[in-house]
Design a protein around this ligand. Structure first.
Ligand SMILES: O=C(O)CCC(=O)C(=O)O
Ligand SMILES: [Fe+2]
Length: 328
C-alpha cells in the first residue's frame, strides 16, 4: 500500500463536566466548530468498564453467522442491521433507537439470541441515556459559542424535542493491505445528518476529517475522550456558523475496529430555519426553511450515489443559490 502522509488535526479538548466556560474557551470552541465542526470531550462520565462491556457484548453479536444477523435487515421488517457491502465491504452496524434504548436493543437481541439475556439491553440503556444527556449539554455549549443569551432564547423552543439513536459499528480487518494501491475505506466520505454526533472510537484509529481545502486529516484516538461533531441539521440551523464536515474511516491496520456513533437529531416534523438572531444582520441567509424528514428522505434516496459526483448534502437540498457577482 502506498504511503500517503497524513497529519493529525489538533482539536480543542472540552471538559464537559464544567458548567461555566471561560470566554477564551468559548471563542476557541466557536473557532473549532466553524473550522472543523469537530472537538474532543473529556470527563464525560462513561467508564472504561462500560465501553469494555459494550465492546464485548457487541462482538458476540457481530460474530453470529450472517444468516442470523440478516434477520435484522436490511430486507427484514426490523431494519436495525446494516450488513457488509452496503456502506463498504468492511463495515457492518446495528442501530439502537432512543429514548427507549432497552426496548430497542431487546427487540434485536430477541431475534438474534435463543436464550433470553437482558445484559446487552441494560448496558445500551445506560449508554444511550448518558449520551442523550451529553448531547443536551453539547447543544447548549454550541449555542453559547454562537452568542450571549442564545441558550435562553432558543434551547427550549428549538431543541427540546430532539431524540437520539446509536449505531454500533464493526469494521472487519482487511485481509491484506498490501494488495490495495489506495487507502482502504471502512466508511466512505459523508456528513452526518444529526445536530450533533458523539463518537467513541477504539485505539485503532482511522477516523478522518476533510479540511475546507479538501485535505484529509486524522482524528487520532485520545484515551478517555470522545469525539463530537456537528451534523447537517445544526449546520443549517446555525447558518453555517457550525460546520458539518465531511469525514470517513480509513483502515490502516489488519485488525478489527469498533466504534459507537450516537446521533442527536431534531424531530422529523421540525422545520429547520435559522433564527434572524443567529444569522446576524450583516450575513446572508444560506438555507431555505425545510422539514427535517424531507431531508432525511432525500439523503436516503441518494445514499449509494457517489458523494463527490452527485450533490447530496444539506446545501444541495436546501441551500439558497447565491447570485454570482457580475462586474458588468
Ligand atoms: O467509526 C467511526 O469512527 C465514525 C463513524 C461515523 O462517522 C458514522 O457512523 O457516521
Ligand atoms: Fe459520521
Amino acid at each position: 500500500m502506498s504511503e500517503i502522509p497524513q497529519t493529525s488535526v489538533k482539536l480543542p479538548m472540552l471538559d464537559i463536566s464544567q458548567p461555566i466556560l471561560h470566554p477564551s474557551s468559548l471563542s476557541s470552541l466557536a473557532e473549532a466548530f466553524k473550522t472543523w465542526g469537530f472537538l474532543h470531550i473529556t470527563n464525560h462520565g462513561i467508564s472504561k468498564d462500560l465501553f469494555r462491556k459494550l465492546y464485548s457484548l457487541s462482538n458476540g453479536l457481530f460474530s453470529l453467522p450472517s444468516d442470523t444477523k440478516l434477520k435484522l435487515g436490511p430486507f427484514s421488517s426490523a431494519k436495525t442491521y446494516t450488513p457488509h457491502f452496503i456502506a463498504s465491504p468492511f463495515f457492518e452496524s446495528l442501530r439502537v433507537s432512543g429514548p427507549k434504548f432497552f426496548e430497542s436493543a431487546q427487540t434485536s437481541a430477541n431475534v438474534l439470541f435463543d436464550q433470553h439475556n437482558s445484559e446487552f439491553s441494560e448496558i445500551l440503556q445506560e449508554y444511550g441515556s448518558k449520551m442523550a444527556e451529553l448531547s443536551k449539554k453539547i447543544v447548549k455549549i454550541a449555542l453559547m459559542s454562537l452568542g450571549d443569551g442564545l441558550v435562553k432564547q432558543f434551547y427550549e423552543s428549538e431543541f427540546q424535542n430532539c431524540h437520539g439513536y446509536l449505531r454500533i459499528n464493526n469494521y472487519s480487518a482487511p485481509e491484506s493491505l498490501e494488495d490495495h494501491e489506495d487507502e482502504v475505506e471502512g466508511l466512505g466520505m459523508h456528513t452526518d445528518m444529526s445536530c450533533v454526533t458523539i463518537v467513541y472510537q477504539d485505539e485503532i484509529g482511522g477516523l478522518q476529517v476533510r479540511s475546507k481545502e479538501g485535505k484529509w486529516m486524522d482524528i487520532s484516538p485520545c484515551e478517555g475522550t470522545l469525539v463530537v461533531n456537528i451534523g447537517d441539521m445544526f449546520q443549517a440551523w446555525s447558518n453555517e456558523k457550525l460546520r458539518s464536515s465531511e469525514h470517513r474511516v480509513i483502515l490502516k491496520q489488519p485488525v478489527n475496529r469498533f466504534s459507537l456513533a450516537f446521533f442527536w437529531c431534531f424531530e422529523d416534523e421540525k422545520v429547520i430555519f435559522a433564527p434572524d438572531d443567529v444569522v446576524g444582520e450583516e450575513n446572508v441567509r444560506i438555507y431555505k426553511p425545510f422539514v427535517c424528514l424531507d431531508y432525511l428522505k432525500f439523503r436516503e434516496s441518494n445514499e449509494r450515489g457517489k458523494f463527490e459526483k452527485v450533490g447530496f448534502t444539506v446545501r444541495d437540498f436546501a441551500g439558497i443559490k447565491q447570485q454570482a457577482k457580475c462586474d458588468c
